[in-house]
Ligand binder design. Structure first.
Ligand SMILES: Cc1cc2nc3c(=O)[nH]c(=O)nc-3n(C[C@H](O)[C@H](O)[C@H](O)COP(=O)(O)O)c2cc1C
Length: 207
């Protein structure tokens, strides 16, 4: 787990696919999620109220879910995990680790450790790891800014009106960063959509 970049002091941002749809083996849902490493070399994270899986766990009283944790730096993968889950979900069907989106995948079992208010604490016991990419990647600011913008975008429905303006300002700032750090059309398209949808959601929330 440490070789994949996970640590006990910093959240590693991933995309997690939850298995166990209607036919047992299909993908029930997926979403970006952060994990730290605990002393038993398990991933530990928090599922916040508002997400689809939060409701599923509480309503169906599920305590264990098989899952695939996708390790990636691809802003496109994070973007799809928020804006176009269907496309990405299809790539994980059958328990696959999609090469074009994930540098590695951890197959594991998620255990619900407890519910604390609006948070479900979970741990994941890794069962196997599939490595898709061994070539190192440089850090680029545009990818980082897009992923950070997505984090703030997903908070919009849960923040009080007084904080929404600040989030929109952040999204604007990340849009500028992407514009300065990259000329890739796909990056610009993603950050523009995040900003546009952020404004739309803010207006829709009545703020
Ligand atoms: C990089 C990143 C990390 C995130 N980490 C978490 C997390 O650790 N826990 C969580 O509940 N939501 C997290 N979120 C927010 C959820 O992924 C987001 O609300 C998601 O769209 C919920 O999925 P749903 O549409 O299936 O409800 C994160 C979002 C991003 C972009």
């Amino acid at each position: 787990m440490k070789d994949l970049g996970f640590s006990s002091d910093t959240y590693g941002e991933t995309i997690i696919a939850f298995l166990g749809g209607e036919d047992g083996d299909s993908i029930m849902s997926l979403m970006p999620m952060g994990f730290k490493l605990n002393d038993n070399c398990e991933l530990v994270g928090r599922i916040f109220k508002g997400s689809f899986i939060y409701n599923v766990i509480l309503e169906k009283k599920i305590s264990k879910i098989p899952c695939i944790v996708c390790v990636t730096r691809s802003p496109q993968a994070f973007y799809l995990a928020v804006f176009d889950k269907k496309i990405l979900t299809r790539r994980f069907e059958g328990g696959r680790c999609p090469r074009s989106y994930c540098d590695a995948c951890i197959n594991g079992e998620l255990t619900v450790e407890g519910v604390e208010g609006d948070i479900i604490n979970v741990s994941i016991r890794p069962l196997s790891v599939k490595i898709n990419r061994r070539m190192p990647l440089v850090f680029d600011r545009a990818s980082a800014a897009i992923i950070e913008a997505l984090v703030w975008y997903t908070k919009i429905p849960y923040v009080p009106c007084s904080e929404i303006y600040e989030i929109l300002n952040r999204l604007k700032f990340y849009r500028e960063t992407v514009g300065r750090a990259s000329k890739r059309r796909n990056f610009l398209k993603m950050i523009n959509k995040i900003f546009r949808e952020g404004v739309k959601n803010a207006k829709g929330s009545g703020c």
